[in-house]
Design a protein around this ligand. Structure first.
Ligand code: PLP
Length: 188
């Protein structure tokens, strides 16, 4: 996760061979990565921040993966933009495992229905699930919950775990972890 990190922190990691990067703002990501993107064919850029529908076109054109599909309206707009662009980023559904009102994501109890509608009504291919557990809670139960929702919906990819809890996340089946400060240092 390179959000809010200066390029002089990011560049050495890119040059050392890391190719998958997460950003949480569409505009910031495009400004930063448009150049490197043309130089590194194997770069994989993931949007791991809230996506407004008016940025969906740019996000579909630019990102390889969008991890924050979190509501019905966005599903509709993404489906349209994917159709229009003839290009489909891989999609993760964000699940609000802690049902926190201030956090984005589909409630766990609504996830099955949402995933079914993405596949049926919207014709979207879903690759996996993503969650950000509540900061003050033991993350293990949230990771376990995400893994259960994925399993019963036939999804193999789980984006979960950050600097503080990635080891637990891996134990519970994370297929990608999102590490920021442990690699790049504290954010500005
Ligand atoms: C910033 C961010 C991370 C990385 O957090 P660290 O604690 O610095 O590893 C992971 N996931 C999301 C969604 C983030 O916004």
């Amino acid at each position: 996760m390179t959000k809010h990190q200066p390029w002089d922190k990011v560049a050495p990691v890119l040059h050392a061979g890391q190719r998958v990067f997460g950003e949480n703002r569409v505009q910031e990501a495009m400004e930063r990565w448009a150049g490197p993107r043309s130089e590194y064919a194997d770069l994989e850029l993931r949007l791991i921040g809230p996506l407004q529908t008016n940025k969906a076109r740019e996000a579909v054109a630019f990102f390889d993966v969008i991890e924050t599909l979190d509501r019905e309206k966005l599903a509709g707009v993404l489906a349209e933009e994917i159709q229009r662009a003839g290009r489909a980023p891989r999609l993760y559904v964000q699940v609000n495992t802690g049902e926190e009102p201030q956090k984005a994501g589909i409630a766990p109890g609504e996830a099955d229905g949402f995933i079914a509608r993405l596949r049926g009504e919207y014709g979207l291919l879903v690759e996996g699930l993503m969650c950000i557990p509540p900061a003050e809670e033991e993350p293990a139960m949230h990771f376990a919950l995400l893994a259960r929702i994925a399993a019963r919906n036939g999804l193999e990819k789980l984006s979960m775990g950050m600097t503080q809890d990635f080891e637990t996340a891996i134990r519970f089946g994370a297929t990608s972890v999102r590490i920021g400060s442990a690699i790049f240092g504290e954010r500005a």
